[in-house]
Design a protein around this ligand. Structure first.
Ligand code: HEM
Length: 421
């Protein structure tokens, strides 16, 4: 039995509640093991956001921290690094302190030159240059199984497509994918029964990333290649070459960001589409609706839940916060907030004002979002061109996991295969 299949501990670790937290704000929400997760991660988060749920709640799990439950707070906290720092962005705190990626833990102005380096490699114009390569990867994968009338979407497409695209952009061999996937999983779902154990799992995964990228960085320093890693390791930070330590964190973050997020997002989206043929039909009938619909998909299927660190004692939305508190920001709860969106669980391709924080907000807004958007659009276009109607296999039971990046596995899809194919 590996760590993933071990049953949860009989008694969950519970941190003592600080005396400034009023009892009426306490809710038993474990961000790594949400109640009702069998129905889906988004469904489970949505249950936390009842009409009577306060905008900030306190959970005793994962070391004890706040959770922002409304879109306006999630949006504002991400945009306010002077009050809500990125010093610790993972819960439990022990995992957040062990996390050493660059530049996600930095606040402006330290963050700014690193972000410029990232944007140089990942901006919209750069991504447009590789659109046809990305499309070719998607087509090859889909054509590999279209005639079979079935696939496990998570295993056969979502788990391969973004990984293959990203490793190609980074100039890394595809056979390294399984190793990197395991490290990414330990980073975003650190196992352990106590915050200390979770901190140790994360530390080991972080060190694993550094050990993997160190020789690659050494080899590409001073190189003239056009891959993403060569661009990053030869960037200048405030006029000087990027340091060894920061290059380790920056390249590792790129690998982490590019692997786990799109993989899981695509599966969440396809489960919904398999259950809603009318939405698929609408996209097939109108290619512009499909393109515009990508943003609605990001609103509906946000996958990241990370945190911010309270810089100083303050009252926020009527709640007393103390310096050093952590606030978890489940990005799903912005897109799914019914005070901002009618019928938020529905994918409405004509929806106006598609507000969400799926890519965060403010200075750390996802540097890979242009790549992510392209990958999602290309998947929808090339899939529907070859597999116009599909459904979940009867009795299918996708397995959901909550965490820093929400995950799903076991997504068996079936479709009719025309007689001539
Ligand atoms: C559905 C796909 C994706 C989602 C939902 C997503 C979400 C996010 C979020 C919420 C953050 C902010 C984290 C924070 O500040 O606490 C972030 C940052 C980042 N993401 Fe993504 N991401 C996705 C895809 C990608 C891809 C494909 C890459 C590839 C390179 C990437 C690279 C990054 C990087 C480098 C940062 C750090 C930006 C900074 O600190 O300034 N992401 N992402």
């Amino acid at each position: 039995m590996d760590a993933d299949t071990l049953p949860p501990p009989a008694v969950k670790h519970r941190a003592p509640v600080p005396n400034y937290v009023p009892p009426e704000l306490i809710r038993e929400v474990d961000a790594y093991a949400l109640d009702g997760i069998e129905e889906g991660v988004h469904e489970a988060w949505k249950k936390v956001q009842g009409a009577d749920t306060p905008p900030l709640i306190w959970t005793p799990f994962t070391g004890g921290h706040w959770i922002a439950t409304r879109g306006v707070l999630i949006d504002e906290i991400y945009r306010s690094p002077d009050r809500f720092s990125s010093r610790v962005i993972w819960v439990p705190r022990e995992a957040g302190e062990a996390y050493a990626m660059v530049p996600t833990k930095m606040d402006p102005p330290e963050h700014t030159p690193y972000r410029k380096a990232l944007d140089k490699g990942l901006n919209l114009a750069e991504m447009r240059k590789v659109e046809s390569d990305i499309r070719a990867v998607a087509i090859e994968l889909i054509e590999g199984f279209a005639a079979e009338g079935r696939c496990d979407f998570a295993r056969d497409f979502a788990g391969i497509f973004p990984v293959k695209v990203f490793l190609t952009l980074a100039g890394l061999p595809l056979e390294d994918a399984p190793k990197l996937n395991i490290l990414a999983k330990d980073m975003t779902h650190p196992t352990g029964d106590t915050p200390e154990e979770q901190g140790r799992t994360l530390d080991a995964a972080n060190k694993g990333f550094f050990a993997y990228v160190a020789p690659i960085i050494a080899e590409r320093r001073g190189g003239t290649g056009t891959d993403l890693i060569t661009k990053m390791v030869n960037s200048e930070i405030n006029g000087a070459p990027i340091s060894e330590e920061k290059a380790l964190g920056l390249v590792s973050l790129l690998l982490l960001g590019g692997l786990d997020t799109v993989v899981n997002f695509l599966s969440f989206m396809m489960i919904y589409l398999a259950r809603h043929p009318e939405t698929v039909e609408e996209m097939r009938a109108d290619p512009m609706k499909l393109q515009r619909g990508v943003e609605e998909m990001f609103r509906r299927f946000a996958v990241v839940s990370d945190a911010r660190y309270v810089v100083e004692d303050m009252e926020y939305y009527g709640t007393q916060l103390k310096a050093g508190d952590l606030i978890l920001l489940p990005t799903a709860l912005h897109g799914l907030d019914d005070t901002q969106h009618d019928d938020p669980m529905k994918v409405d391709l004509s929806r106006k004002n598609v507000a969400h924080s799926t890519f965060a907000q403010g200075p750390h807004r996802c540097a890979g979002m242009h790549l992510a958007r392209l990958e999602v659009m290309v998947t929808l276009q090339e899939w529907l061109a070859r597999i116009p109607t599909f459904a979940l296999e009867e009795g299918a039971a996708p397995i959901y996991h909550a965490g820093i990046v929400a995950a799903v596995e076991n997504v068996p899809l079936v479709w009719e295969v025309p007689a001539h194919s």
